[in-house]
Ligand binder design. Structure first.
Ligand code: AOS
Ligand code: ZN
Ligand code: ZN
Ligand code: ZN
Length: 424
């Protein structure tokens, strides 16, 4: 199914007067509103191909209906999201879950929907059917050089796929670790990982980036070979200027100060990309901003401070991606909610009075600094975000429009009830 301009206009028309009233008010309150809108219009968040279907836990999976069965259908789903919000203009592929038969055709389809290809992801955390050696005991860190070689080759294949599609980055997340003390020699595991990554790095085109994702635990429960940002940064620094750390919000130990991590990675010019999601406990992969919206705002506050300090463009300086899993909600609705939550946090952080904050910090004005941040956080920026959508030709209320158009029902009619999308 396709969403046409006419559909957007019919959705917006009855809502425009109410929106204008709310927007006029916030415009009178926020002098920099035009600059914020412009930034929001440029800001695109990549949708993970593996989050378009219903996820599951190891206790079960409750299938959704009308899920995309092919890469083409996944691209069409992201096209629907982008038509609704004009802010999801990229898709991140996971190989081999995404089977790219004909790159030219896939590219054509994507660009007809206004989409580009964000980071490509390799998968050495599962064994595939035709695979010779097993990843049960890891991949890039493996004690057996033959397994490392196979995993390196897979990453090179993924880079080559990405080149065909116009991607500019590779994300490597490893399920390499150990579950029992003594199982691994930490130093050797790390050194094996480094030398495997060096081989992969050698195949990166000049204008590509390598994102090294870290995760504190899971699937291993004693050690993860790239377990935290220190280990990721160590690897990125040793690899060279094209290697960066990728922060997934769900990959830290409880109560970690993620905004501080972000700040220091940016200080080093080594933050490469983001996987947005939210969690109460660990890698819960819930809708961004659904549990800890203040933390998301504080992270954006540091992102803006750090990006501006480096002179990096907000929209293109980092890889902005969602990494979520949907067990309860319609995946497409969940993704619309995530994108909006990210935009809200970004807009609020753009409102922080940075010179006043600097002055407060210089005077050790603890109360003043807090007031400045909370002032921005407590501003209802939803009319600003909606105005950005309106000007970009998107829906004033994307979730509402998704429901009113009965998009899922139409997808089920097209694709059927018994569909399983590959991914989480
Ligand atoms: C796993 O926990 C990570 O978040 C990775 O980014 C992974 O590649 C992705 O979630 C798909 O499994
Ligand atoms: Zn991730
Ligand atoms: Zn994760
Ligand atoms: Zn994840």
């Amino acid at each position: 199914m396709k969403i046409h301009n006419q559909d957007i206009e019919s959705h917006n028309a009855p809502r425009i007067a109410k929106h204008q009233r709310a927007f006029q008010y916030i415009r009178s309150e926020v002098p920099e509103v035009e600059a914020v809108i412009e930034r929001l219009q440029q800001f695109q968040i990549a949708i993970p191909s593996w989050a378009l279907g219903t996820g599951g836990t190891r206790f079960g999976r409750f299938s959704g209906k009308g899920e995309p069965g092919t890469l083409e259908q996944k691209i069409e789903d992201v096209g629907l999201l982008h038509a609704l919000n004009q802010s999801s203009g990229a898709i991140s592929l996971h190989i081999p879950w995404d089977n790219v038969d004909d790159a030219t055709k896939v590219k054509e389809l994507a660009s007809s929907l206004g989409l580009s290809f964000d980071a490509v992801n390799s998968n050495t955390f599962q064994d595939q059917d035709a695979q010779e050696l097993s990843y049960k005991f890891g991949s890039l860190h493996h004690v057996d050089p033959a397994v490392r070689k196979q995993a390196v080759q897979h990453n090179i294949d993924v880079i080559n796929r990405g080149i065909e599609l116009g991607s500019k980055s590779l994300t490597v997340w490893l399920a390499d670790g150990s579950s029992f003390p003594g199982q691994l020699n930490f130093r050797e595991a790390f050194q094996n990982t480094l030398s495997s990554l060096q081989e992969i790095y050698a195949h990166l085109p000049e204008d590509w980036k390598l994102f090294v994702e870290y995760k504190a635990f899971e699937p291993f429960f004693y050690s993860m070979t790239i377990g935290d940002w220190g280990q990721s940064l160590l690897l990125a620094n040793k690899l060279g200027p094209k290697a960066y750390t990728l922060v997934d919000l769900g990959h830290h130990l409880p109560n970690a100060n993620i905004e501080q991590i972000v700040s220091l990675l940016l200080m080093e010019g080594k933050l490469g990309g983001f996987h947005f999601n939210d969690s109460k406990y660990s890698d819960d992969d819930l809708t961004a901003g659904s549990i800890k919206p203040y933390q998301l705002f504080l992270i954006f506050n540091e992102l803006i401070d750090g990006l501006d300090h480096l002179g990096w463009d907000h929209a293109t300086g980092l890889g902005w991606m969602i990494d979520a899993s949907h067990n309860m909600k319609d995946p497409l609705v969940d993704l619309l909610q995530s994108v909006e939550a990210i935009q809200i946090a970004y807009a609020q952080a753009l409102l922080v009075n940075r010179s006043a904050l600097k002055q407060a910090q210089a005077k050790n004005d603890v109360v003043g600094a807090q007031e400045i941040l909370q002032d921005a956080f407590r501003t209802d920026v939803r009319p600003i975000v909606a105005e950005a959508r309106l000007r970009s030709g998107a829906a004033l209320q994307p979730v509402r429009m998704f429901n009113d158009l009965e998009i899922r029902k139409r997808l089920i009619e097209e694709r059927g009830e018994n569909t399983v999308a590959t991914g989480l």
